[in-house]
Design a protein around this ligand. Structure first.
Ligand code: ASP
Length: 472
């Protein structure tokens, strides 16, 4: 739009004529004078239509909340009595010279000028494109971008490369249910949406990139649990020729740097981040992600904690009994993890399984797990043994993980990595109660997209093409 300036720039144009555009935040009709607050992405400003600008005044009579308009006006200082020092534009007022209506708006179903915490979430998510206009959500989404950009730049400087990995993939053993996508070309076959880029990022280490990261979308088909979303974002990273301490150190450094740069009002309780073994956490706090804040009333206190020394395996009480009648061992975190170096002998001998420890490290923040990772098994023998301990037959191991075994046997360096739950981290940085407040288009707690109406029926011919019949 020709000559348009942002509302945040108005103050530098005192006494001048300007063009601005945006949404009518509120209109107050005082008879002869009409006041309109105009809002754009950068802020708000008060404007006034005076009776001597007859045409503009007439248009302003018609305006309603959320209409989109363009205004030509003069930036006047406010009379001293009317100055509002709390508002960024509280010292100026726009005298409206000309108004163009760019689009009208139906009466909004929700008020977008306040925090919206009282509005039902169903309505907010159905009209998310309006809900997102509220200043709190504009701030959250824009800050999300800033955090992403900061992290990207830091990892880039550290020699990491952002590499995209596929969304259509094969089923992975991450511990949750996969979302599956039917193949049209091969009826009866399915892709899986990744629960994380775990295998791909390890294969990138095989491929020699040495330092990878990605803001990766992960999909897990779990029943809605409070703060979970069926799709969420991880800041995922992996690096070669490292040990546990190296991966923990770089993640800690990036996290501290990000908070210092972008959230200077936050206080990190302890640097370097303290560490606690899984055993101590369970004994002292009864949970594997303790909240170690000294002062739980301070919303700006961030108590990071590394939880380390995890057992590699646990008995899967709910799992299907093994064919060979052996104990139902499953992994506690990640089947691709390596045991601690001193436990490698027991792993390979499949001995003392319950006391084998993994190189897993979880990053806990104020009682929530916000990240985790491990050093990986980088030899095919060790990875195969993990699956054998879990009762997988060699046939199944080769079928499901043949590509990983073959990659590990093709010259894979020692490597390890970590992923941060990016949405959850943002809830702490933005003081929000749940991840839906920091995601532009979240699903409901039950995993529905109320705005798009998903999941939804599909056309009968789409099912026919896929060779699928719905059974009720
Ligand atoms: N892939 C793991 C996860 O999603 C993270 C990691 O070990 O790097 O939890």
């Amino acid at each position: 739009m020709k000559n348009r300036i942002l509302i945040s720039e108005i103050k530098t144009h005192l006494g001048q004529e300007i063009t601005i555009a945006g949404w009518v935040d509120i209109r107050r009709d005082h008879g002869k004078l009409i006041f309109i607050d105009l809002r754009d992405v950068s802020g708000k400003v008060q404007m006034v239509a005076l009776p001597n600008h007859k045409e503009a005044s007439e248009v302003c009579q018609k305006l309603r909340g959320e209409w989109v308009i363009k205004v030509q006006g003069k930036v006047n200082p406010r009379p001293p009595k009317l100055v509002n020092t709390k508002e960024p534009n509280g010292e100026v007022e726009i005298e409206i010279l000309d108004v163009t209506i760019l689009n009208e708006a139906t009466t909004p179903p929700i008020d977008v000028r306040d925090d919206g915490r009282e509005v039902s979430e169903e309505v907010r998510l159905k009209y998310r494109y309006q809900d997102l206009r509220r200043p709190r959500l504009q701030k959250n989404i824009i800050n999300r971008h800033k955090v992403m950009l900061h992290v990207r730049n830091v990892f880039d400087k550290e020699g990491f490369r952002e590499i995209e990995t596929p969304l259509l993939s094969a089923t992975t053993p991450e511990g949750s249910r996969d979302f599956i996508v039917p193949s049209r070309i091969e009826h009866g076959k399915f892709f899986s949406l990744p629960q994380s880029p775990q295998q791909y990022k390890q294969l990138l280490m095989t491929a020699g990139f040495e330092r990878y990261f990605q803001f990766a979308r992960c999909m897990r088909d779990e029943d809605g649990r409070g703060d979970r979303q069926p799709e969420f974002t991880q800041m995922d990273m992996e690096m070669s020729f490292v040990e546990q301490e190296d991966v923990m150190a770089i993640n800690e450094k990036v996290m501290i740097g990000l908070i210092t740069a972008l959230y200077p009002n936050k206080k990190i309780q302890q640097i370097p981040f303290p560490r606690m073994s899984y055993k101590d956490a369970m004994e002292k706090y009864g949970v594997d992600k303790p909240d170690i804040r000294n002062d739980k009333n301070d919303p700006d206190l961030l108590a990071f904690l590394w939880v380390i020394d995890w057992p590699f395996f646990e008995i899967d009480e709910k799992g299907k009994a093994r064919d060979d009648g052996g104990p139902n061992w499953t992994f506690t975190h990640n089947p691709f993890s390596a045991p601690t170096p001193e436990c490698m002998v027991d792993l390979m001998a499949q001995k003392n399984i319950s006391s084998i420890m993994t190189t897993q490290y979880d990053m806990v923040l104020n009682g929530a797990e916000i990240g985790g990772g491990s050093i990986r098994n980088h030899t095919p023998e060790a990875l195969r043994t993990v699956f054998r301990i879990m009762g997988y037959t060699d046939e199944r191991i080769d079928k499901n993980f043949g590509h990983m075994l073959s990659a590990l046997g093709s010259g894979t360096p020692p490597h390890g990595g970590m992923a941060w739950g990016f949405d959850r981290l943002l809830t702490f940085l933005e003081n929000e109660p749940n991840i839906r407040e920091v995601i532009a288009f979240p699903k409901t707690g039950e995993g529905r997209d109320l705005m798009m109406g998903a999941p939804s029926d599909v056309m009968p011919e789409q099912l026919r093409e896929l060779g699928i019949k719905i059974q009720n």
